[in-house]
Write a protein that binds this ligand. Sequence first.
Ligand SMILES: [Zn+2]
Ligand SMILES: [Zn+2]
Length: 280
Amino acid sequence: MKMKSKIMALVLAGMSLIVVGAAFSGGAAPTASAAVAPDANDPPLDPQAPGLPPGIRRTLVPIVTTPTATPAPTATPSPTTAPSANAGTPFRSNVVVTVSGGAMMVSSNGLPDHAAGPFPNPSNPNSILPQTYLFRIPLTPQRATTPSDTPMGPIGVAINGVPFYNQYNAQRQDAVLVERFDSCNGHPDQRGAYHYHQLPVCMTSDMPGQHSTILGFAFDGYGIYGLQDVGGAAPTNLDTCNGHFGPTPDHPEGVYHYHATTRFPYLLGCYAGVPAAQRR
Ligand SMILES: [Zn+2]
Ligand SMILES: [Zn+2]
């Protein structure tokens, strides 16, 4: 009993020595004003912390010990019985779509579901970063009496949650002519927001001789399709907004919709409908 407490006292003495040693090992020599007892809540500087200037502390994450006797239950994925994501909409499963107030509310982190980049690169200093989008797409588009200009930034959203931007860059130059894009025709802006100014070529699933499939929606609710009209050729009757009325795979009865084009304005050149207010 006596022996045990002696050993414990020695161990405790050793521990406090270690703590004191650690507190002074990483930084400057202690001064009179620094004669404060080391605090357990104030971890010593980590000399291994990479990229940190002297004196700047890395946030230390407490180590949580997990019980070993309770393994986490493993979920058995059953893709054949799981309900399809975003049923009734063309949006892909990396996007969450809910219907509210006569609109599709499209929640997306803006990260493409296809290979992108590399970014940054010599022509674009920005990296692709996740965003917190909640886009509003009217379910029943209203045709405007006169078309309106699209704004800078997002003007619509692709079925993978990546926004469409208009035909201009920040200097109001033809973005497609001036800017550089990756192999899917996208690139990130200064906020890291990946976007398309033109046909995202890796998103198309067009069949020869047929109208293009839907790529996404403009914020006025009208669909945006690829390069092919009925019959597979490029449409010849597009209006100033790059839209026309006609059948699509989703609306065989005919509907107003936009087309991507290989020439300016590449996507919609203006809103033919009334755009829904977007969150700012
Ligand atoms: Zn851009
Ligand atoms: Zn068409």
